[in-house]
Write a protein that binds this ligand. Sequence first.
Ligand code: GAP
Length: 449
Amino acid sequence: MPDVTMDQIVSLCRRRGFVFPSSEIYGGLGSTYDYGHYGVLMKNNIRSLWLQAMVQERDDIVALDSAVILNPRVWEASGHVGGFVDPLVDCRTCKLRFRADQLDQASCGRKPSKRPGETPDCDLTEARQFNLMFKTQVGALEDESSVAYLRPETAQGIFVNFKNVLQLARRKPPFGIAQVGKSFRNEITPGNFLFRVREFEQMEMEFFVPPADAEQWYRYWIDQRFGWYLEYGLREENLRKREHSAQERSHYSSGTTDIEYRYPIGWQELEGVANRGDFDLTQHTQHSGTKLEFVGEGGERYTPYVIEPAVSIERIFVAMLVDAYHEEVVAERDRTVLRLHPAIAPVKAAVLPLIPRNGDMVEKARSLHGELRTSHVVEYDDGGQIGRRYRRQDEIGTPFAFTIDDQTLEDDTVTVRDRDSLAQERLPIGGVPAWLEEALTKRWRTPVA
Ligand code: GAP
């Protein structure tokens, strides 16, 4: 287990303005969160690195941004109206709700807390099926004909656009469609900070392949996605692949492998990679009457199989914070440091005048900051003692800090401090932009064993 608790992550996120409980001044809304400045920057980095790997660096995947509210028949065809359910039980005594299939992980509302059903006072109802989709109304009429749903996954927006992309983007299998966007699930038991929330940002890619090649592409995408996490700094000992048994797989899947991360709550699904076969295109063909198939130049036709890597930014965000979080003692002082991969870190560098009251230092620092910020998110900080400012940057994971001091005024050099090794070296101020550019593109691995 990583030696960090979820409480430490929650507390750092709050203290440094990464993430806050949502609508807090009204008492919050269970397991709903808002992202502050650093949280937004870090989320943007995760999203754009995913898009870079999925779309920018490939010839065979295109992007899509479909609507959140789709024709409700989409969700009938996909099986979500009938089958996107969790079994739920209520306790008539403590009025709490539990997932019937996870009672062994839940806590009863009474003190001292036990498992639901364990105390003589517990009075559990029979399990009933609870649909996780959020219902809404479209238009002014509030009747059955206006019922619609907030999408519980981005994938279906991709399937219903299969024909558009096939024709307009002139693609043929193997090719993929990638989408990033909000998904909504009325989870019975959200929790563990951002790990299970009701509103989250999914990143899904549907890869359409000839049926005979599906198994090979399934293995390929498991390895690609596993490698992506290593590239962006997660420690290999905290990652593993776990193949689902036939009983565990979703109705649409003929093979699913979870990439699991060792969260403080134990090994849990970070990302799922599924072989969805021809389930989705066949279902939408039958329900819509529009043939969703590939017709080759020689007239051969088939329904492609789909390989799907699917993940939420939230699960990556938590895994990366957990992996990066360290408390240590340096020169007899405590420091908390986020050893984030530089590409993930919300701020890439800090520019610090050693003596904030010295006008010449401030001027040079402002000028360097102005130059660097045209290419990267950099922060100027002149608040408080230099040691405190370094600690602040360590806590938000800033990999480099440039300090303007007396010597800068004499010879136009600055010190650069490395967050991980704490090494300091001197550089000519004019060389800083190029130095930073290179440092940010170097291969990075955590120095923590
Ligand atoms: N299209 C397939 C699909 O949605 P899923 O396993 O239900 O499959 C895919 O979800 C990914 O979305 C998960 O691996 C996880 O990263 C993320 N996810 C699912 N439910 C979530 C929730 N309530 N909160 C945060 N992330 C969630």
